[in-house]
Design a protein around this ligand. Sequence first.
Ligand code: GTP
Ligand code: MG
Length: 387
Amino acid sequence: MNAAARPLATIWVGLGHAGCRTLASLRRQLPDMPDLAVVHTRAEVLAETGIERAVQLPTGPAGGTGGDPTVGERAAADATGELRALLEGYSVVVLLVGLGGGTGSGAAPAVARLAREAGAFVLALATLPFLFEGPRRYQVARRSLATLQESADAVILVPNQRLSEWVPDGTPLQTAFQMTDHFVGTALRSLWHLLTSAAFLPIDLSDLRRMASDHTATLAMASVETAGHLRIESALDELSASPLLDHGAVLLSSPAVLAAVSGGADLTLREVNGLASGLRARIRPDASLTLGAMVDETLADGRIAVTLLAAEPTEMPERPTALSTPARATVTDAPSSGRRARQAKLVFDSTHPDRFAGVAPTVRDGVNVDVPTYLRRNIRLSSPVRG
Ligand SMILES: Nc1nc2c(ncn2[C@@H]2O[C@H](COP(=O)(O)OP(=O)(O)OP(=O)(O)O)[C@@H](O)[C@H]2O)c(=O)[nH]1
Ligand SMILES: [Mg+2]
């Protein structure tokens, strides 16, 4: 790939076992992707991905890291030359990593640093371990995340524990991780699509950078797909109910929210406005809201996809808790000292309580089908792994 041939030369790099697995599953889903590469200490894992560009980090004759991130970090330092060569010429580097092990947790901050030094925008998409993986992995992840936040421009954080609501009891471990792979893959793909396609309300990387600009916040991410007459309302309700946004709590406390909607040619400006005002009603009054919208002809049958990012302060408690995330502010809490949301590119009018006053009810076959929100919230769509 000739980096100069396209405006935003991009490479997605999977680090460690989890990063390699996620990237390999993404690759199977879509042939048309940015450049891909995998980095790991174990050659057999690299080979399994089928991804050509691979860097094996050297760890000595025994191989592997024994779960020690200092070993992963040293291995990345020893491969600095190879890593620099891999990253050369890219203006955007997306890192995928599962934090908690030795390789990815040790190497991700180092790779992010090298990419930044080479002038790239670095977006890291990191997962935190499930609670059942135990305190050791949690501590490794916690420390690595702090360093990664310093090294990357923005970190999208997916705490696996938030996905566990969708994992039925007795689910084998590998199946649980496949759900993570699937969620991360789907959400990243749709986010990427929105960042790189011609949109009628474009969003760009600087929006992400701004949202995570002080290195103390990570971005929570959720992604839903809905259809039908009430598809915007359904999307809003699903987002509010999503465990990935802590059932709406992340929305209530976030200083900066970005939502991007795509739909077929039937997506209307009125719907985009409906999404904006619906979100306004669900987020902090002083939060910035950035909205992106695009037409995606591959979304058939009246489907829309909404991907949402919300800045969230990273205050990981010292020990893992059932919540695995800090206690949330409510909408009545004052914004935290000095950290005001910055003005987003697009700021929509706040919602007024009487905004539906002049709107006629929707009647189908003589029946008013404007279903109240509290009823609609019980509607779950079929896919179990969407945020
Ligand atoms: N998405 C996904 N996550 C995984 C998978 N396997 C493990 N994880 C998660 O990723 C974290 C890190 O594990 P690995 O990726 O195996 O660790 P590593 O970076 O390869 O490091 P070492 O194997 O310890 O050298 C774990 O704590 C899990 O939370 C997987 O197949 N898919
Ligand atoms: Mg591993």
